[in-house]
Design a protein around this ligand. Structure first.
Ligand code: GTP
Ligand code: MG
Length: 378
């Protein structure tokens, strides 16, 4: 097993159909680069391979793989990150090729990379367990693949059974037991959290959940609204666990005598393009807070070139986690980065979500936002 340093030197490759537009291809590669940097990797080279169908053995074409191996030797590359979802056998074959080339190097697919980022940033016991579970499910079949290979090496062709098969069976058993244990632990942690939520319901506190694309400024907004120190970083996926804070909301109708009320606000993980469904499942209980909220604040980076695409991505994920029926407001953040409200945001379909324009940095729009939350919830 190669030892991969904390800040590995990485080669990125995206295998795309020849029909894909230049623009989309560039965007995909840029996002992969950002993800790699979030992990802590140093990007040495970015490659694109156009192929009608991926190679059935190694996904990336064999010739390309040879090229990468040569380059890796010269440039001391430590990881090859493939921006696609590979079959266990393909992943195994690529790693075998690297091993045979005697390189201290590993290959990861997109899910491996996302899992590794999750793993580095996870803070609570629950998030850690969820990542473990997803990793076992994602990598398990690869280990079976390895068992098959060992079997062939041990027994030669035509031999059935023997040591290799026993190893595969043992490995399967071990993974299954591990999965069951993690599931039990997860149940315990989520029951505890359920208790907290019930308590909150009893004391009658309303909850607002901050959702949005990764790096939109969700944690910064929560900080600005609550002055709570949630972890803010210019990196994708800085937040993995649900952080809950309290905000004081002025009463929408002072004549009723109430001066305001306290509500709870929770931060969530960032949503990214093509987040594999298997990861959404694994993180469902982290997102439970979101599914339970009385109101969602969908935070959007107003200065982002791909505003609309990202809004749509987030909406699609909200639907997948069944949070699309919760009342929602659109909060366009980072207004300090744009001269004025960008014209392209004046869309009819956004009007239904009471678009608010704020800056977590300068504080612009925050009191209006609180007032609007009050109108919706109090
Ligand atoms: N200029 C400007 N930058 C902002 C604003 N809000 C957040 N940022 C910056 O945007 C980056 C991301 O902010 P976060 O609050 O970590 O974003 P997030 O949505 O919580 O990100 P994840 O947790 O990774 O999904 C950081 O570098 C922030 O400093 C803002 O109003 N203006
Ligand atoms: Mg965050």
């Amino acid at each position: 097993m190669p030892i991969i340093p904390n800040k590995p030197r990485a080669v990125l490759i995206d295998v795309i159909p020849p029909s894909m537009s230049e623009k989309t291809a560039k965007r995909r590669l840029m996002e992969l680069e950002q993800l790699t940097k979030t992990y802590g990797g140093i990007v040495i080279v970015k490659l694109i391979q156009k192929r009608g169908t991926p190679d059935y053995r190694t996904y990336v074409g064999l010739g390309k793989l040879e090229e990468i191996i040569e380059m890796a030797r010269e440039e001391h590359v430590e990881v090859l990150i493939i921006n696609n979802l590979l079959k266990p056998g393909q992943m195994f074959n690529v790693n075998e090729a690297l091993r045979k080339a005697k390189l201290n190097m590993q290959a990861w697919d997109r899910v491996d990379l996302i899992l590794k980022i999750f793993d580095r940033h996870a803070k609570t016991a629950e998030a850690k367990l969820q990542i473990k579970l997803a990793a076992i499910r994602h990598m398990g079949p690869r280990i079976f693949g390895m068992g098959m290979e060992l079997m062939q090496q041990a027994g030669g062709t035509g031999t059935r059974g023997g040591q290799g098969e026993t190893n595969t069976e043992l490995m399967k058993r071990h993974l299954f037991d591990q999965e069951q244990r993690i599931k039990r632990d997860l149940e315990r942690v989520s029951t505890a959290r359920e208790g907290h939520r019930k308590h909150r319901d009893r004391v009658g506190l309303k909850t607002v959940s901050v959702v949005g694309y990764t790096n939109a400024g969700k944690s910064s907004l929560l900080n600005a609204l609550t002055k709570k120190g949630a972890y803010v970083a210019n990196a994708l996926f800085a937040t993995l666990d649900t952080h809950v804070g309290k905000i004081w909301i002025p009463s929408p109708d002072p004549s009723l005598g109430g001066r305001g009320s306290e509500i709870l606000i929770s931060d969530t993980i960032g949503f990214i393009q093509d987040l594999p469904p298997e990861l959404i499942d694994a993180f469902r209980s982290t997102l439970d807070e979101t599914v339970d909220a009385d109101l969602l604040l969908h935070v959007i980076d107003v200065s982002d070139k791909h505003v609309h695409e990202k809004i749509e991505e987030v909406e699609a994920i909200l639907k997948q986690i069944k949070a699309d029926t919760i009342p929602k407001m659109y909060v366009f953040n980072k207004m300090d980065l744009v001269k004025r409200k960008p014209a392209k945001i004046n869309r009819k379909e956004y009007a239904a979500f009471t678009p608010m324009f704020v800056s977590s940095y300068s504080g612009v729009g925050l009191s209006e936002l609180k007032a609007e939350i009050g109108k919706r919830l109090l």
